[in-house]
Design a protein around this ligand. Structure first.
Ligand code: ZN
Ligand code: MN
Length: 471
């Protein structure tokens, strides 16, 4: 049976303050060509100055991913001509990258899957071409932004496996704090190398589909390219080694150019930059900057907070979400209550843009206030949810907002008892059934009282009244 074998090259932009070889600001957006200087615009005669922080970030990512760090690494020029690259070479690393080896482990198909990494090197990003109304424009704001390239071994065999790998990698990179990993803004992009061969036979000829910037796009491109290569082989043809692009709108891939080999880039050592060296003490310093990674946090959440493993995995998948959870729990919210609310309503809002990026638009103080009001019986579940949606994306004070929107629920036992008595009197048949043991009617009565109270009666008080009625 023909089987696909897949490896990835993942590019992640580092969130340093400035670019890799000049002092220009490293920031997404901005008017075109406003974050540029003679160095990153490729003027003749200028000299690069290495951003030390970018090197440290690369090493930090490498250590978090189990790589070996090369105590001596160097820079090379990768030569090619394209309008988004004003120097006509990319300063990259060829034979001595900063990090080698390493791996990513993640749960897949009921087992722990390990994808081996080949290397991680540091290089500069290129500019961006904007095609608009028949003309192509170039924006060099991104040119020279530090970029790490993470190259895997061909250890994967399906789209699902690749998406699971990317999810795990994205999570770890976000934890290390070296990259925003926002696929929507292009700070995380993936190239897919894929070949097809009979199971157990040597690998077939591979193609590379470049610059996929969503998980969905990665999965569709893999499905398309696997099918295409199988069709070529089954109809007696041969797969050509080539670089391809995937058109997300049309759902089809097409060949861009016949794939170049490394020698086509005429790599040679960069004469303008000295090699990078590390002492063990420097490496220890960088190692100390790695925060607690998801796997260790899962352990804390199940052991210290008593959460189910499922909750722990959902909460720790994204660092911002895990940090938020820990902050509200440290302030005294019961862990399972906090977990339920974050996993349902908070994550629903954070993922509502439809992208692969979690965007939390509530801070720990706001969430704590909502959960505290809920714990104190001032908000019922529904009101807590609408209050979160109301303060989402603003710095509004939840207490004030709840009062303004009249969401605070009544704990006035006397007033609720009065409404309750009215409901019981109006429903003699249901009351008799309930007293005869039909406990399903409990929900009916809570609903009736709640409706009469305008949705703001504390359901706990209503339930207590029902218990008392039963005697
Ligand atoms: Zn610059
Ligand atoms: Mn690259």
């Amino acid at each position: 049976m023909l089987k696909a074998t897949i490896g990835c090259e993942v590019h992640a932009e580092l969130k340093t303050n400035t670019k890799l070889f000049c002092g220009c600001i490293n920031e997404f957006g901005g008017a075109p060509n406003t974050h540029c200087c003679p160095v990153c615009s490729g003027f003749p005669g200028v000299l690069p100055v290495l951003n030390r922080r970018a090197v440290e970030y690369t090493v930090r990512a490498g250590l978090a991913l189990g790589c070996e760090i090369n105590g001596f690494s160097k820079w090379d020029r990768k030569n090619y001509f394209y309008p988004d690259l004003p120097k006509a070479w990319q300063t990259s690393q060829y034979d001595l990258p900063l990090c080698v080896g390493g791996y990513v482990e993640f749960p897949f198909d009921g087992q722990t899957k390990r994808v081996r990494l080949n290397r991680i090197h540091l290089e500069e990003d290129a500019g961006k071409l904007v095609h608009d109304g028949g003309v192509s424009l170039v924006d060099y704001n991104r040119c020279g932004v530090p970029l790490i390239e993470i190259v895997t071994e061909p250890d994967m065999h399906s789209a699902e496996e690749v998406v699971a790998f990317l999810t795990a990698l994205k999570s770890i990179l976000k934890y290390t704090g070296v990259s925003d990993v926002k696929m929507q803004e292009g700070s995380l992009r993936c190239d897919v190398n894929l070949s097809v061969a009979e199971d157990g036979a040597p690998l077939g000829t591979r193609t590379e589909t470049k610059n996929l910037n969503s998980f969905r796009s990665v999965a569709r491109a893999i499905a398309f390219e696997t099918r295409r290569q199988i069709d070529v082989i089954e109809s007696g043809g041969t797969v050509e080694q080539e670089t391809r692009r995937f058109d997300d709108n049309k759902g089809v891939g097409y060949a861009m150019r016949s794939k170049e080999d490394a020698h086509d880039y005429r790599y040679f050592p960069e004469p303008d930059l000295p090699p990078v060296t590390f002492t063990d003490a420097q490496l220890d310093g960088i190692r100390a900057e790695i925060p607690t990674l998801p796997a260790a946090r899962v352990k804390t959440y199940t052991e210290k907070y008593g959460l189910p493993a499922y909750d722990a995995e959902v909460l720790t998948a994204d660092k911002d979400v895990a940090d938020l959870f820990e902050r509200v729990v440290e302030n005294g919210i019961e862990p399972k209550k906090a977990s339920n609310f974050i996993m349902s309503e908070t994550l629903r809002l954070a993922k509502s843009s439809g992208s692969d990026d979690v965007e939390l638009k509530v801070n720990a103080e706001q969430l704590y206030a909502i959960l505290k009001m809920s714990a104190d019986g001032e908000l019922n579940n529904l009101a807590a949810k609408s209050l979160l949606a109301e303060v989402w994306g603003s710095d509004a004070d939840p207490r004030e907002t709840a009062r303004r929107l009249n969401l605070v629920q009544s704990n006035d036992a006397g007033a609720i008892k009065q409404i309750f008595d009215g409901v019981i009197a109006a429903n003699p048949k249901q009351t008799a059934d309930f007293l005869a043991g039909n406990d399903k009617l409990r929900g009916y009565f809570v609903g009736q009282v709640m409706r009469a109270a305008g949705g703001k009666a504390n359901p706990k008080i209503i339930n207590d009244l029902l218990d008392k009625l039963k005697g």
